[in-house]
Design a protein around this ligand. Structure first.
Ligand SMILES: *Cc1c(COP(=O)(O)O)cnc(C)c1O
Length: 431
């Protein structure tokens, strides 16, 4: 495959941008290749600068649930754009999106918009600390909540992919206020939360983990997290940056029927533009400036183009049958994938799926937490990734990420991907 143009751009990018990329996982280091530069994308397909076309399972790491350039969203952006791109003053579109969010998410009564998932999570823990007047944040090993200092303790996503345990530049004084415990372990959870000397302000979790690969919470674990935090006056934050508008219109909280106190959103909510949000109970949200003393602000927050893209996206998702259709498609695809794995690599893979997010781990045991995820064969994933890319299928460049099904993927796109998967699995099996 001729990647001359991508290679030339990567070389030039490295001269001006650290590692040549503006987010580390894009560098594709863990899968042993250089990044491809994208020319354009449409529907389920991405085209690189050398003219190769790929069926896309990355979906910009989650946001593109409708596929790329969905007409309704593009029209909304175009119509809004002609009136200006940023005002630094309120606009009506902010209320439109806020109303949609509040109506969609069972636990959210008020919502504040920011510009990224990272901003949403870091603001939510500040609010939880301000509200409870306590300091400690409890998170789970392998969950990723953006790159704010407090979260870079046993974090997922690129932090695992690059094998970084924490990060230089994050002071011990900050890290000492973060406790990271295993996902899906009720015993450790209970012991930690009941330890009164710990001064715990909040528990933040991905209600389905997506950043150590997809890991589903056990029902007992979910119940315990909610019951214990409620009993102990600890704020429960669901980081729904991936699962929000992905698992259902009401996110994971609606999907599982468990309401957190605060919710963080990102990715899908911006319809491909930079938006994050945090919201929850009025009683807590009213502590944010200007109503309350907890400070949080943003020059581009509530940006009109981003709000318009978010509104148009959610209106598409709210159409009857959207999530049922996506679930059926994802379930069918996962069943076929499992069949291929059993046929060619028996006992060597584990597929985790919740709705339209899934990870096929090259692991022989069930993957239920960070420790079991780490047993996956990343070298083998790298080979599979490169083989799939060479055949026109764009997977996440890391074993520890989700593959996303989008509304734009047709049966033909999925059959194509399965055919290529069969070819790649056969090669991995030495057949
Ligand atoms: C992507 C992600 C974030 C960070 O969002 P950014 O927009 O990249 O800052 C936070 N939490 C979760 C669960 C994510 O997947």
């Amino acid at each position: 495959m001729n990647n001359d143009k991508s290679q030339a751009l990567f070389k030039k990018a490295q001269q001006y941008i650290p590692g040549g990329v503006n987010s580390p996982v894009r560098a594709c280091k863990s899968v042993g290749c250089d990044p491809l530069f994208v020319q354009k994308a449409n529907g389920a397909r991405v085209v690189d600068v050398d003219g190769h076309e790929y069926v896309d399972f990355v979906c910009s790491w989650g946001p593109m649930i409708l596929g790329h350039t969905p007409p309704a969203v593009m029209d909304a952006i175009r119509e809004t754009m002609v009136n200006g791109t940023s005002f630094g003053a309120p606009c009506a579109l902010e209320i439109d999106l806020a109303e949609l969010v509040v109506n969609a998410l069972p636990s959210v009564e008020k919502v504040r918009f920011v510009s990224s998932g990272t901003e949403a999570t870091m603001s939510a823990i500040r609010l939880a600390r301000g509200y409870t007047k306590r300091n400690v944040v409890v998170k789970f090993d392998g969950c990723y909540h953006g790159h704010a200092d407090s979260f870079l303790v046993k974090a997922g996503s690129g932090v695992i992919t690059l094998g970084i345990p924490g990060s230089p530049g994050v002071p011990d004084d900050i890290v000492k206020n973060t406790i990271s415990i295993p996902y899906n372990n009720v015993e450790v959870l209970e012991k930690t939360l009941r330890n009164e000397s710990l001064d715990i302000a909040c528990v933040i979790m991905e209600p389905v983990a997506g950043n150590m690969g997809v890991v589903q919470p056990s029902p007992e674990f979910m119940q315990a997290v909610r019951a214990l935090t409620a009993e102990l006056g600890i704020v429960l934050i669901f980081d729904e940056v991936i699962t929000g508008f992905r698992l259902s219109l009401g996110g994971a909280q609606q999907y599982f029927g468990i309401n957190p106190d605060l919710t963080c959103l990102g990715k899908i909510i911006g319809g491909g533009l930079p938006v994050g949000a945090y919201g929850g109970k009025k009683e807590i949200m009213d502590n944010i400036a200007p109503d309350g003393p907890v400070y949080q602000a943003g020059t581009l927050s509530g940006n009109p183009l981003a709000m318009a893209a978010g509104v148009a996206t959610i209106n598409e998702l709210a159409k009857p049958g959207f999530y049922e259709g996506l679930e059926a498609k994802a379930a069918g695809f996962a069943a076929e994938l499992t069949g291929l794995a059993e046929r060619y690599l028996p006992g060597q893979t584990t597929l985790n799926r919740v709705g339209s997010m899934m990870t096929a781990f090259f692991a022989s045991e069930p993957v239920v937490d960070f420790e079991s995820a780490m047993k996956a064969d990343t070298v083998r994933y790298g080979t599979h990734f490169r083989q799939m890319l060479s055949q026109g299928v764009w997977l996440a460049p890391s074993q520890f990420e989700a593959a996303f099904i989008s509304a734009a993927q047709t049966d033909a796109d999925l059959s194509f991907a399965l055919e290529k998967t069969e070819w790649s699995f056969k090669k991995l099996a030495g057949k």
